[in-house]
Design a protein around this ligand. Structure first.
Ligand code: HEC
Length: 145
């Protein structure tokens, strides 16, 4: 290939890779966006409930984060696409969402109560964290990424 064309081809390839990258990023489903948001808040709750010192400092943010998770999960619950994708009952999926909502609500109440202790918060976080794993085991398929 003449050098001029080789350069042109390389440039075009570069451009198309960039475009592919952009469209992949824009390809996140609403559920994936919600899950990413839930995931960030879960990570801060995990950190805030880990030690007594962290808990004393961050109990308030745990309440806010847990409330936010509950709110996002109520939206995710209406989304039937994940159940359809794995051809499993939507009702079971909705129930698993309810388990997460309940666990998040309980943690929010606990975090709002000034007399709650760090071990209690850690246990409540454990229940929330378990609700993620249970749904993922049945409804989260790893597609090719
Ligand atoms: C009732 C079901 C359900 C519950 C509960 C649930 N998830 Fe998910 N989650 C899913 C499904 C389904 C996917 C796959 C979405 C997809 O790839 O389209 C997913 C994907 C994810 C992803 C990957 C998102 C991405 O960008 O691909 C993260 C991170 C995640 N969940 C975190 C969590 C955390 C943290 C919790 C608990 C606090 C949680 N999930 C609870 C169903 C659930």
């Amino acid at each position: 290939m003449p050098r001029k064309f080789a350069l042109l081809a390389a440039t075009m390839l570069g451009v198309s890779l960039v475009i592919t990258g952009l469209s992949l990023a824009a390809d996140e489903s609403p559920l994936e966006k919600q899950m990413s948001a839930i995931n960030k808040k879960t990570a801060s709750i995990r950190k805030a409930t880990k030690t007594v010192a962290q808990w004393k400092k961050d109990a308030k943010s745990v309440a806010t984060d847990a409330e936010a998770i509950s709110k996002i999960a109520k939206e995710s619950k209406l989304d039937k696409s994940a159940a359809e994708k794995v051809k499993k009952p939507y009702d079971d999926y909705a129930k698993l969402m309810d388990d997460m909502i309940k666990a998040a609500d309980e943690l929010a109440v606990l975090a709002t109560n000034a007399s709650s202790t760090q071990p209690q918060a850690k246990t409540a976080f454990g229940a929330l964290n378990k609700s993620c794993t249970e749904c993922h085991a049945a409804y989260r398929v790893e597609d090719d990424k």
